[in-house]
Design a protein around this ligand. Structure first.
Ligand code: 3PY
Ligand code: MG
Length: 259
C-alpha cells in the first residue's frame, strides 16, 4: 500500500501543514492540493461537500502530493467507512466527548484483522485504486484517526481519549472550544484559558505517544502552534484565503488615484 506521507513526517518529528476545503469543488481541491501542502482536508461537517463531491475531490487530490483527509460530519461508522472506501488516508472526527466515543470512532477506522479491534467493513472501492492491491494488509497501520477535542466534556476526558489505542491523534477545534470556554468562537489562541486548554490537549497527546493537530484561523496562529511543537497545523480554509485575496486586490485598486 502506498505510504501515508503524514506518518513519515510525524515519525521524523516534523510538523505537517494541511489545507482545508470548505468549497465543494474538485477543481478547487486540485488547485489547493498543488500548492505544496502536506495534506488537504475535505470538510464534510461545515464545508459544502456531499458524498459525491467528496469523492470527486479525493480523485482530484490523487494526482497531487497532498495526503487526502476527510472531516466527517459526525461520529458514525457508515460515514467514516464511506470516506475511507473513497480513498481518504485519514479521518478527522468532530465533537469527540469521551473515551467511549473515541473508541467507536477509532474502531470505525480499523479492520478487525491481526488482533486489531475494529468495526470497519471491507469494501475499499477507491482505497484499492489509490492504495494498491495490498490495501487490506496495511490500511490499519496507514490510515490516520484523529479525534477532535472541542467541548468541555472532550477536554475533561482528553487523557482517556488520547489513550484509546485505535486513535492516532487529537485535533483541536479552537472555535467550538472557545465557545465551550465562554470566550466565543473567535477567541485568541493566546488567551490564558485557551492557551491552557491547548497545552493540556497537546500534553495529553504527547503523554500517550499520539500526535496533536489544530485548526488555525490564520497563518500566524499556525506558525505559533508549529513553534509550540504541534504536529499538524491548518492555516485557515479555502474560502478565507479567497476572500482575503479578493479584498486585498480591491483595496489595492481603491487606494489608487486615476491620472
Ligand atoms: C473548530 O474550530 O471548532 C473547528 O471545528 C475547526 O474547523
Ligand atoms: Mg468545531
Amino acid at each position: 500500500m502506498k505510504n501515508n506521507h503524514l506518518r513519515e513526517l510525524f515519525a521524523r518529528r516534523q510538523t505537517a501543514v494541511a489545507g482545508w476545503m470548505s468549497l465543494d469543488s474538485a477543481y478547487a481541491a486540485e488547485v489547493v492540493g498543488s500548492c505544496g501542502f502536506d495534506a488537504v482536508v475535505v470538510d464534510c461537517q461545515h464545508g459544502m461537500a456531499g458524498h459525491a463531491q467528496m469523492v470527486a475531490m479525493l480523485q482530484a487530490l490523487s494526482h497531487t502530493t497532498a495526503v487526502p483527509l476527510v472531516r466527517v460530519s459526525q461520529n458514525n461508522l457508515a460515514e467514516v467507512n464511506r470516506a475511507l472506501d473513497a480513498g481518504a488516508y485519514g479521518i478527522i472526527c468532530p465533537l469527540v466527548n469521551s473515551a467511549t466515543e473515541a473508541r467507536a470512532f477509532g474502531r470505525a477506522c480499523r479492520y478487525p484483522l491481526g488482533g486489531v479491534e475494529g468495526d470497519r467493513s471491507f469494501g475499499p472501492a477507491r482505497g484499492l485504486l489509490v492504495g494498491g492491491n495490498d490495501y487490506a494488509d496495511h490500511a490499519n497501520a496507514q490510515i490516520l484517526a484523529l479525534a477532535m477535542i472541542e467541548t468541555l466534556d472532550g477536554l475533561d476526558a482528553v487523557e482517556a481519549i488520547a489513550a484509546v489505542p485505535q486513535i492516532d491523534g487529537l485535533f483541536i477545534g479552537p472555535s467550538d472550544l472557545g465557545i465551550a470556554l465562554g470566550l466565543g468562537p473567535g477567541a485568541a489562541h493566546d488567551h490564558p484559558a485557551m492557551a491552557a486548554a491547548i497545552e493540556r490537549i497537546h500534553a495529553a497527546g504527547n503523554a500517550a505517544g499520539k500526535v496533536t493537530g489544530i485548526w488555525c484561523g490564520s497563518a500566524e496562529m499556525a506558525r505559533d502552534m508549529r513553534v509550540k511543537g504541534l504536529q499538524l497545523v491548518v492555516p485557515g480554509h479555502d474560502v478565507i484565503w479567497l476572500k482575503a485575496e479578493i479584498k486585498r486586490r480591491l483595496a489595492t485598486i481603491a487606494a489608487s488615484t486615476a491620472s
